[in-house]
Design a binder for this molecule. Structure first.
Ligand code: SAM
Ligand code: SF4
Length: 355
């Protein structure tokens, strides 16, 4: 990092100054290590909890970051202590330059010379075609989303009849040996809440870890209903009818709480963002496909990198990028406010934020 003094302003107010250098620590002492990089808002599925069936407002193509721009931001972030990049979207495998992005991001090293870890969250559909190249390019870990094993349900939930393609993607990942392999499932009442045990068994058969996610108010259609969401406690009650669950200690900054099943070695995870938020240990920030930095999934404020990257704002230097990263971290609130009556859902749907 250059250490050049930088002043970052938003709406005329100076929000960060001369901030280059050191780890990305927020006002509450949380050190940021994990950058989620959304590569696109486009997707091959239309999951009801994420995207509308039709009429989605796509990000302008001209605003989508190029590989060079992504690598530039990621390199500055790594210099400031980010150690993990997670590629997401939308569907990250729809980027035609995905292998190039992967190779260039995996080659980034931190200030201590250690390589970053490169992970991806995907719907899995294009994995059979792309996985060998992605692994060769340096992809280290995969999360694949699968909410149901029943074809009719999958078609209704994702509005696309692609279950067989997702299953082939999971098989490809399991066979390729990337571990830990994680499978994500959003638990939904009267949709898949009778399938929780089956999903865990399916994951065990593939030597993968199932992680159930509480549904969050992030769908572009704004249809989330607290009364209907399946809670962590309900999930655990269901799983306890089949296995004896023992908490796994040392969760660190991980979003999932984990339990061993019948003493292990298999585990199940629950990401309870709504009923048991883990904001106090959050070490994540997000870069959207159109160059906005976000300090929380639920944030309504974004920190725009495009003027620095494209228009030379604040000198257009790496120090200026670093300044925006720090402004974003300094603006982070202690927690999300989903449970406050005043909660406002972000304008972007999950596909445009990056899950
Ligand atoms: N398309 C990829 C996929 O589905 O894995 C990556 C992007 S997707 C937005 C990332 C994760 O967010 C997925 O596991 C998905 O299930 C989850 N997700 C999307 N909308 C959600 C919501 N409203 N509540 C909880 N999880 C959600
Ligand atoms: Fe696409 Fe992932 Fe959103 Fe489903 S959850 S619509 S697969 S981005």
């Amino acid at each position: 990092m250059t250490g050049v003094p930088v002043s970052i302003t938003r709406r005329g107010e100076t929000i960060a100054q001369d901030v280059a250098g050191g780890a990305l620590v927020d006002r509450f002492g949380r050190v940021h290590r994990d950058l989620r990089i959304s590569l696109t808002d486009r997707c091959s599925l239309r999951c009801t909890y994420c995207m509308p069936e039709q009429g989605n407002e796509w990000l302008a193509r001209s605003s989508i970051l190029t590989v060079d721009e992504i690598v530039r931001v990621a390199s500055v972030a790594a210099a400031a202590g980010i150690t993990t990049f997670r590629l997401t979207g939308g569907e990250p495998l729809l980027r035609t330059d995905i292998v190039d992005v992967t190779r260039r991001l995996a080659a980034i090293v931190g200030p201590d010379g250690a390589p970053v870890e490169l992970a991806m969250t995907t719907n899995g559909i294009k994995l059979p075609a792309l996985l060998p190249e992605l692994i060769d390019a340096g992809l280290a870990r995969l999360n694949i989303s699968i909410d149901t094993l029943r074809r009719d349900r999958f078609a209704a939930l994702t509005r696309r009849d692609r279950l067989d393609d997702v299953l082939a993607g999971i098989r490809a990942a399991a066979d390729a040996g990337l571990r830990p392999l994680k499978l994500n499932a959003v638990a939904m009442r009267d949709v898949n809440d009778d399938e929780l045990i089956e999903l865990v068994e399916f994951a065990m058969e593939h030597d993968a870890q199932l992680r159930f996610i509480e549904q969050m108010p992030l769908d572009a259609g704004h249809t989330w209903d607290r009364e209907r969401m399946v809670t962590r406690d309900e999930m655990l009650a269901t799983l306890s009818t089949r296995w004896s669950l023992t908490p796994v200690p040392a969760r660190g900054g991980a979003p999932a709480e984990r339990w061993t099943l019948d003493g292990g070695p298999h585990t199940v995870g629950v990401i309870a963002s709504v009923t048991a938020p883990f904001c106090g240990a959050c070490d994540r920030m997000r870069l959207t496909a159109d160059g906005q930095l976000r300090n929380c999934l639920f944030s309504t404020t974004e920190y725009d990198l495009l003027p620095v990257l494209r228009d030379g704002e604040h000198g257009g230097t790496d120090a200026a990028i670093d300044g925006v990263l720090r402004a974003c971290v300094l603006g982070k609130l202690p927690g999300h406010a989903i449970n406050d009556p005043s909660f406002l859902q972000p304008a972007r749907g999950m596909n445009a934020i990056g899950g």
